[in-house]
Ligand binder design. Structure first.
Ligand SMILES: NC(=O)C1=CN([C@@H]2O[C@H](COP(=O)(O)OP(=O)(O)OC[C@H]3O[C@@H](n4cnc5c(N)ncnc54)[C@H](OP(=O)(O)O)[C@@H]3O)[C@@H](O)[C@H]2O)C=CC1
Ligand SMILES: O=C(O)[C@@H]1CCC=N1
Length: 286
């Protein structure tokens, strides 16, 4: 059964860029999301081709700004603009939203207190999804403010966020910057690894097309194996790494390079710390 049926009321998506579009596509999928032209309105000043196609296919209204009439009766409002656009958005939406509308923000850095200043008295959920959500393979971490403590608010947010994949709830907001650095930004680290692996294959004499095919298949296959081992509790990442690494073999030669002087683990540690700091910095500017 669709997770977002009519009983749960109207939803507005504010910002239909990369993440907003992924959410809207999930909600409009009859099997996964169950929203339709009566229950979803999209607010986005820039109509990309993808947005025009999605909205056209489902007859969804796309407005450049949220009008009072579109705001009336809204039950959930999902904010998916860049953090830098939030203050102006707060002014734009101020006073238009129904008093008890649930605000769900996916903005990096934007904390519950700052969001509460922009949307006083509203139940608010801060969530951090990631781009694999566009194919239902994402993970989202979420936390609610006191006003959104009653379980029906979490259930209403869950229904929207689950179209992207699994949802984890935390109680300590300080974790959200680390979550952003690990799983929010994390797909980019893996894609960089894929690019680097393909380029390295080329440098070793492989045709570009084959090198890319090998890198993509290796990362996708390793990811699937890792997920399977994790789900069945048969092998974790370290065990799977050891299974590839024959003593005195080729993998050991490569890993020795990757581990030298702190190596890749230290680089990843520093990179994640930088992302975590940047998330806090984005939040403190709001
Ligand atoms: N991309 C990712 O991997 C992830 C992103 N996030 C968070 O999601 C949010 C969106 O990111 P992303 O989708 O990548 O960004 P995008 O820039 O792709 O999308 C944001 C969209 O919002 C539009 N917009 C700006 N102001 C308004 C407004 N007042 N009303 C309606 N729409 C507006 C933008 O238009 P314009 O271009 O004209 O400004 C743009 O199309 C960010 O806050 C980010 O931190 C969270 C998890 C993962
Ligand atoms: O780079 C960013 O700021 C956003 C948040 C997490 C992923 N993309």
């Amino acid at each position: 059964m669709p997770a977002n049926n009519e009983a749960t009321g109207k939803v507005a998506l504010i910002g239909a860029g990369r993440m907003g579009l992924a959410l809207a596509a999930g909600w409009l999928c009859a099997r996964r999301g169950g929203l339709d032209s009566d229950t979803l309105v999209i607010v986005e000043p820039n109509r990309s081709d993808e947005l025009a196609e999605l909205a056209g296919k489902h007859g969804i209204k796309v407005l450049p700004t949220l009008t009072k009439s579109a705001a009336a009766g809204l039950d959930r409002v999902v904010l998916a603009v860049k953090p830098q656009a939030l203050p102006a958005l707060g002014e734009e939406l101020g006073g238009k939203l129904p008093r008890n509308a649930l605000i769900i923000s996916i903005l990096a850095g934007a904390g519950l207190i700052g969001l509460g200043r922009l949307f006083p008295g509203h139940p608010i959920i801060r969530a951090m999804p990631n781009t694999p959500g566009s194919i239902g393979k994402g993970i989202t971490v979420a936390i609610s403010n006191i006003e959104a403590d009653p379980p029906h608010f979490r259930a209403a947010a869950d229904a929207l966020l689950k179209v992207l994949g699994s949802v984890e709830w935390v109680e300590d907001e300080r974790m959200m910057d680390a979550v952003t650095a690990v799983s929010g930004s994390g797909p980019a680290y893996v894609f960089l690894m894929c690019e680097a692996l393909a380029r390295a294959g080329e440098a070793e004499g492989l045709p570009a097309e084959l090198a890319e095919k090998l890198a993509v298949a290796t990362i996708a296959g390793a990811g699937a194996l890792l997920e399977d081992g994790h789900k069945r509790k048969t092998a974790d990442a370290a065990a799977l790494r050891r299974a590839v690494t024959s003593p005195g073999g080729t993998t050991q030669a490569a890993l020795d390079v990757m581990m030298a002087g702190g190596g890749l683990p230290m680089l990843v540690r520093n990179a994640v710390a930088a992302a975590e700091r940047q998330s806090r910095k984005l939040g403190s500017a709001l």
